[in-house]
Design a protein around this ligand. Structure first.
Ligand code: PRP
Ligand code: HPA
Length: 177
């Protein structure tokens, strides 16, 4: 029995996740053909999704990583978004695709979009595996979206609860929460 089975139930199973990642990869491949694409992967939550998606894109892309934190281990945002690690190269003139795990209140993405826009990229788009519209505090347009979910605090496939459960292989919900 896996370590998480008593506390986590399945919301989106692994095979459904992987099938959607392949579809998104094919769509991104078509849309960015002939362009130099840079993934801006948002640490830490998007890492599992970003690694799978990168392998589903049939283009020679570059990967950058940008760390932001606002939940500080809990299930409610602190409302204060901080950059914990910045990208390693200038972003000016590049075709940026932000890779995120979840748009929940939208506060993190609102901050990030403004921050990256100010660096004058050639283009800036957003790919998020999950969207939780019931908790949105600001409107975020998602160019590539995996799944829309109801108001659950989700874990797994990169998403954490108190920094744990990121390595659960599916999108799960905490039992009894
Ligand atoms: O739409 P919002 O309400 O702002 O929530 C979404 C953000 O919250 C999580 O990050 P977190 O701050 O937990 O950092 P982590 O990715 O390192 O877990 C998640 O990975 C998103 O970046
Ligand atoms: O539902 C969630 N789960 C984990 N991390 C999160 N960060 C924002 N929303 C969530």
């Amino acid at each position: 029995m896996a370590f998480y089975e008593q506390e986590v139930g399945v919301l989106i199973p692994e095979d459904k996740l992987q099938a959607r990642v392949r579809e998104l990869g094919a769509q991104i491949t078509r849309d960015y053909a002939g362009k130099e694409l840079t993934f801006v992967c948002v640490l830490k939550g998007s890492t599992f999704f970003a690694m799978d998606l990168a392998r589903a894109v049939d283009l020679p892309l570059t990967m950058e990583f940008l760390g932001v934190s606002s939940y500080q281990g809990g299930t409610e945002t602190t409302g204060e978004v901080r950059i914990t690690t910045d990208v390693s190269k200038p972003m000016a003139g590049k075709h940026l695709l932000i890779i995120e795990d979840i748009i929940d209140t939208g506060l993190t993405m609102s901050f990030l979009l403004e921050n990256l826009r100010a660096r004058h990229p050639a283009s800036l788009k957003l790919c998020s595996l999950l969207e939780k519209p019931s908790r949105a505090r600001t409107k975020i347009d998602i160019d590539y979206k995996g799944f829309v979910i109801d108001d659950h605090f989700v874990v797994g496939y990169g998403l954490d609860y108190g920094e744990k459960l990121r390595n659960v292989p599916f999108i799960g919900v905490m039992k009894g929460k």
